[in-house]
Design a protein around this ligand. Structure first.
Ligand code: CU
Length: 171
């Protein structure tokens, strides 16, 4: 009888897990020198994605940094990170969370880095998901890119956020 109830509860657990699938990904944040400076954890449902970002002490310069989802999961050119290509932008929108003709799907809030160069943040997006044809884990992946300066959420094409200083491939 005990075995029956154990099996029944396991089935229930499996069934509820399937009812609300959450896809997950975790990986390193690559710094300007090409070595890891932190980590990201990505959780995604059908409708939204939650990014958790940790930057280790000394990882980045203090203050606000623009952060976007870029189209390709290639961070193999540290210091430039141009291989990550442009922002995820399916519908040719303008850049900026505050732009009247925006935002791009890859636009995210800024990341605040503490005086010691560390950061911890969690941001969500209802514009991207992990799986599927248009997902972050599509054939060429995508990348969470952090810029040198703050994104003003309005200027074209990247909110005046400057150079790309860190990059986390999502594949
Ligand atoms: Cu960017």
């Amino acid at each position: 009888m005990k075995t029956f109830w154990l099996a029944a509860s396991l089935l229930f657990l499996v069934a509820s897990a399937q009812a609300q699938p959450v896809d997950t990904f975790e990986g390193p944040v690559i710094g300007p020198q090409g070595s890891p400076i932190g980590k990201i954890w990505v959780r995604s449902s059908e409708n939204a994605t939650v990014f958790r970002i940790r930057i280790d002490p000394g990882g980045l310069s203090p203050g606000w940094h623009g952060m976007h989802v870029h189209a390709v999961g290639d961070c193999s050119d540290p210091g430039r990170f141009e291989r990550a290509k442009g922002h995820v932008n399916f519908e040719n929108a303008r850049h900026g969370l505050l732009h009247p003709e925006g935002p791009e799907e890859g636009d995210l809030p800024n990341l605040f880095v503490n005086a010691d160069g560390s950061a911890n943040a969690e941001v969500s997006s209802e514009s991207v998901v992990l799986r599927g044809e248009l997902g972050l884990q599509d054939a060429d992946g995508s990348a969470l890119v952090i810029h040198a300066g703050e994104d003003d959420h309005l200027s074209q094409p990247i909110g005046n956020a400057g150079a790309r200083v860190a990059c986390a491939p999502v594949k």
